[in-house]
Design a binder for this molecule. Structure first.
Ligand code: NBP
Length: 528
């Protein structure tokens, strides 16, 4: 125990009282002896990582009546935090991992909220010598789910419990109610449920936090959430582009359209902030958005989702297109050169019913969004099979209803769909969404046709519609692809039931000598 830590501990009136009760008469007590006293272990939970997320989550827990112990690699930040943001709260600080752990009630619950990656493993290593069987380590950072699978296994092998929890909502969410998506060791959930559900956002009185599943399920669901966030943002950006380039509206006019949309089926956090962002003016009075460089950044969670979709063979096309659209935006120099050479159609002229077109666009955005969420849930369904997780899909939609970036009224309909039918195979087959897409699709098609005619790129809108048309097709042209594959690579094909013949037997891998001069040996079959 360092002196600084002792002095800081003694600033806590309760601890000072306890120290005096220790009966050492006047002077400072022996802090190491003091730490052996079970009454010293009075913090309900500890948190490591005093950057923006950690500080705000601590204050949120404090507001809900929990005593939180705080620690940070750079220990001066502990003092700064206690002297400023946490002044007057029950938060206690520590200047070493040992001192930090000694402050915690058993079983100890430690949230690590630091930069994802090596820093998380470094803190787990530092904590291990001081923890006991049944103690719980919770990683609340944006960790990649394979790391959470590994950490759950490694810690369970040592008798500890691990939780990898998605935390969404940024600074504001952490402070006043995030969406929390915990997964990992199921035995940890009863110990953290009360505190997690207390601090989480609420939607219709229900906490936006429930147990997600085993191993890396929490961080997996957070990853898919982030992928869906990429998709939602791309769809909104495409709608903005159609309104601006196609209809020739300015940012303030478009902001008003988003304000209207926010009162209907699209009512959501992202539509709401788009309304406000578009209306925001620079000091010269002009809207600020056209002055922002059109190269979108990314931190990788959208890419992880798209890569995982490819790994699991799931057609999560909209998120993929959203990631690629950001990549294309970043090739700005190359785009500027291409723009000088490559021609499109003449500048758009709109002569139709503007109000009807705006209504069509709203429906196009809604229908594309339904497809995107259906794809996200298809991916989670497949991951649950792959990793043997028991995912509660209704709870996942509930967890996203409040506190997080993709929160929306629409998620209530998804929760209802999965609560009514927990075995629902695909969101698109729920009657509510069947009807919603049926209502939307004429306008959806008109908008995409018009955008193509105008030369306005709509990769997310278009891929959503292409997926919808593919998914509802009894027959897709993959028969021709199979024939080509067998022609050039002897990859074999199967016959359509009912169309078998003597030369095309049912249920067998068939190879045809298409040219008459190839062999009859087939290649080993590769299943995508
Ligand atoms: P940062 O991601 O900026 O991380 C800062 C914290 O990490 C500080 O406590 C810092 O300690 C610590 N740290 C670093 Br950096 N490298 C370390 C190392 N090698 N060893 C030990 N500690 C190290 O903080 P944040 O923005 O609050 O985010 C925390 C986590 O939550 C991240 O995983 C983030 O992706 C995730 N998240 C963030 C948001 C958001 O809106 N910001 C939203 C949702 C999730 P130091 O003070 O000593 O440098």
């Amino acid at each position: 125990m360092q002196n600084g830590g002792l002095e800081q501990l003694m600033n806590n009136p309760m601890l000072r009282q306890m120290a005096e009760n220790f009966g050492r008469g006047g002077g400072m007590p022996d802090i190491n002896a003091l730490m052996q006293n079970p009454q010293m272990r009075h913090a309900d939970i500890g948190l490591i990582g005093l950057a923006v997320m950690g500080q705000n989550l601590i204050l949120n827990m404090n507001d809900h009546g929990y005593t939180v112990a705080a620690y940070n690699r750079t220990t001066s930040k502990v003092d700064q935090f206690l002297e400023n943001e946490a002044k007057g709260t029950k938060v206690v600080g520590a200047h070493s991992v040992e001192e930090f752990v000694a402050l915690l009630k058993r079983p100890r619950k430690v949230i690590i909220l630091v930069k994802a990656g090596a820093a998380v493993d470094a803190f787990i290593e530092q904590l291990l010598p001081h923890l006991e069987k049944g103690d719980i380590i919770i990683d609340g950072g944006n960790s990649h789910y394979p790391d959470s699978i590994r950490r759950t296994k490694e810690l369970e092998e040592r008798g500890l419990l691990f939780v990898g929890s998605g935390v969404s909502g940024g600074e504001e969410g952490a402070r006043y109610g995030p969406s929390l998506m915990p997964g990992g060791s199921p035995a940890a959930w009863p110990h953290i449920k009360e505190i997690f559900q207390a601090i989480a956002a609420k939607s219709d009185g229900e906490p936006c936090c429930d147990w997600v599943g085993e191993g890396g399920a929490g961080h997996y669901v957070k990853m898919v959430h982030n992928g869906i966030e990429y998709g939602d943002m791309q769809l909104i950006a495409e709608a903005y582009s159609i309104l601006k380039v196609g209809l020739g509206l300015d940012e303030l006019e478009i902001s008003k359209i988003f304000a209207e949309w926010n009162k209907g089926v699209l009512d959501s956090f992202l539509i709401e902030i788009t309304r406000d962002v578009l209306a925001y003016k620079d000091t010269d009075g002009a809207p600020i958005v056209p002055k922002i460089l059109d190269s979108a950044g990314q931190k990788g969670t959208g890419k992880w989702t798209a890569m995982n979709a490819l790994d699991l063979g799931q057609p999560v096309t909209l998120i993929g297109e959203a990631v690629f659209a950001r990549c294309l935006s970043s090739l700005r120099e190359e785009r500027l050169r291409a723009a000088k050479v490559l021609k499109g159609p003449d500048a758009p002229q709109f002569s139709g019913d503007r109000d009807q077109f705006v209504k069509d666009l709203e429906q196009a955005l809604y229908a594309s969004k339904i497809v995107s969420y259906a794809q996200g849930f298809m991916l989670m369904r497949e991951a649950a099979k792959e990793y043997n997780w028991h995912l509660n899909k209704g709870s996942i939609a509930l967890m996203w209803r409040g506190g997080c970036i993709i929160r929306s009224v629409f998620l209530k309909d998804i929760t209802n769909a999965f609560r009514t039918n927990p075995d629902l195979e695909n969101l698109l087959l729920d009657q509510f969404f069947v009807d919603a897409i049926q209502t939307a699709q004429a306008g959806w098609r008109r908008v995409i046709s018009q955008a193509i005619a105008w030369g306005i790129p709509t990769p997310a809108f278009s891929s959503a519609l292409a997926f919808y048309d593919g998914f509802r097709s009894e027959v897709v042209p993959a028969n021709l692809i199979q024939a080509q594959r067998d022609y050039f690579g002897a990859h074999t094909f199967r016959v359509v039931p009912g169309k078998e013949s003597e030369s095309l037997p049912l249920g067998q891998d068939i190879h045809i000598n298409w040219t008459g001069h190839g062999g009859s040996v087939s290649a080993s079959t590769y299943q995508a």
